[in-house]
Design a protein around this ligand. Structure first.
Ligand code: SF4
Length: 466
């Protein structure tokens, strides 16, 4: 029930959808939607098998004369005339919002005269693999929890309808001004036009309590934030905002660079998951790499590129073999946000013990280039973040992901899902080339950022916050 979460965003979607910034078509969203359909169809089939004499109706609509409208994924009619409402989810457990959705549907179903016997969330069994003999899905009985929510949700329904019927609302601010950036939706800027680009919300790791304190003091712009009482990283972001230049700590950067050992192996994985388990020992949701790009920089400046892209969804043995033959046996391995690459190595090492030592060695040698940008080189232009997508345009403006047909990790997942369904031919070749270009840029961007960092070290006199 979006109304319970945020009435204003619901009102805007109804009355002024043009004011909600529309993200560019997202291949990742399309992939998640398509995978959701696959899971939904599989769970419906499974429900039919485990529901005995009950009959299942799909996508049943409940609509009251007041205009309140809900759609339930599955209405299971028991032989005694009562019904179960079943929400189907691609998750591995029910969430609070799933329970609120069920409470909303149950209120309407009850008002229309249905006698409800059970309220369920049907979801993936996260422990299931194709070879461990467990059930693929779980019919999670949430009847009691949802019944507890129903009175409150029922009271909100007329309020929601009344709110939505208004022709005008206060659009000068919204309640998320008291919350951290992770809670803001796409309408935040429209509803809070007085919040500047570099604001207290862009301070990394800021808590809601601190936001409340700043607001009480009338502070929203980073330019007005006092340096005392901040974490080291926050202080550097504020210093950068107030001095309109990056904060550079030569000592931190130098010690990172000094710890590197040549050859430097800059590498990046692209990984994905199948909506339903289909590889031995791999459960739903386990991300398995299908692609890597590796740039190897020698001490003499020579740069070599190696890459691998699977032709099918398969166990990653061939990818690991390709990495083993391309990766230097010594030297530092460099990734960006190393927890991701290390996590994939751990997962693959657990699945394939014959590769475990090699993958552990890669992990042990891996350093995170992103770390430089947490405390060593902090620029307010990174917008309080350290993702490579935020850092690259500032550090190496001539290199960009903009305009690439595949331009982020979720798009790469979607492109791979599509590519493996295509027959050999021009379309498949083009998609493959787009994917190689994207992953190649990820590792090449690290090389260029590293080189830029060396330039900074040689040119900077260093800046410290006063
Ligand atoms: S930013 Fe928060 S309060 Fe504002 S419209 Fe979005 S969800 Fe609602």
């Amino acid at each position: 029930m979006q109304f319970l979460h945020c009435p204003k965003s619901l009102w805007l979607a109804r009355h002024k959808p043009e004011m909600i910034p529309q993200a560019a078509p997202d291949l990742g969203q399309e992939l998640r939607r398509d995978q959701g359909y696959v899971v939904e169809a599989a769970i419906e089939t499974w429900l039919a098998e485990v529901s005995g004499d009950a009959t299942l109706d799909k996508q049943v609509v409940f609509e009251l004369p007041s205009g309140a409208f809900a759609r339930t994924d599955v209405l299971r009619r028991q032989t005694d005339g009562s019904v179960d409402l079943i929400e189907i989810k691609s998750s591995h457990s029910p969430s609070t919002s799933h329970l609120f959705d069920l409470a909303f549907q149950a209120n309407l179903a009850q008002a229309l005269g249905h006698q409800i016997s059970g309220l369920f969330v049907a979801h993936i069994n996260g422990d299931h693999t194709i070879n461990n003999g467990t059930a693929p899905f779980i019919l999670n009985d949430q009847t009691e929890a949802v019944r507890d929510l129903m009175p409150d949700v029922g009271r909100q329904i007329p309020l929601a309808l009344e709110f939505l019927d208004q022709s005008q609302i206060d659009e000068s601010s919204c309640t998320c001004v008291t919350l951290t950036r992770g809670n803001h939706c796409d309408s935040f800027a429209y509803l809070n036009p007085s919040v500047p680009k570099h604001s207290i919300y862009t301070l990394p790791g800021i808590k809601a309590g601190k936001i409340a304190q700043y607001r009480e003091d009338g502070i929203v712009d980073l330019a007005d934030v006092p340096l005392d009482g901040l974490s080291a990283r926050q202080a550097k972001v504020v210093w950068s905002a107030q001095n309109q230049r990056p904060f550079i700590d030569r000592e931190i950067i130098q010690s990172f660079v000094d710890a590197l050992e040549f050859p430097l192996a800059f590498y990046d994985y692209e990984a994905t998951q199948s909506p339903l388990p289909d590889l031995p020992d791999v459960n739903a949701g386990m991300q398995i790499p299908f692609q890597f790009s590796l740039h190897v920089l020698q001490a003499n400046g020579r740069l070599d590129h190696h890459e691998y892209l699977a032709q099918a969804w398969q166990s990653p043995g061939p990818l690991i073999d390709a990495l083993r033959s391309a990766l230097p046996a010594t030297g530092s391995v460099v990734s960006w946000n190393k927890g991701y690459e290390n996590g994939r190595n751990r997962a693959m090492g657990g699945l394939y013990p014959q590769h475990a030592d090699f993958l552990q060695d890669v992990t042990d040698r891996t350093v995170d280039l992103q770390d430089i940008f947490k405390l060593g080189y902090v620029d307010v232009a990174f917008d309080g973040r350290t993702s490579i997508k935020n850092v690259l345009p500032v550090m190496v403006p001539d290199l960009t992901y903009e305009g690439m047909p595949v331009a982020n990790g979720t798009a790469a997942m979607a492109a791979f899902a599509r590519m493996i369904t295509l027959p050999q031919g021009a379309e498949r070749d083009q998609l493959r080339a787009d994917m190689l270009a994207y992953c190649g840029l990820d590792s090449f961007a690290m090389v260029r950022i590293y080189e830029r960092v060396l330039e900074v070290l040689s040119e900077s006199a260093g800046h410290q916050p006063s």
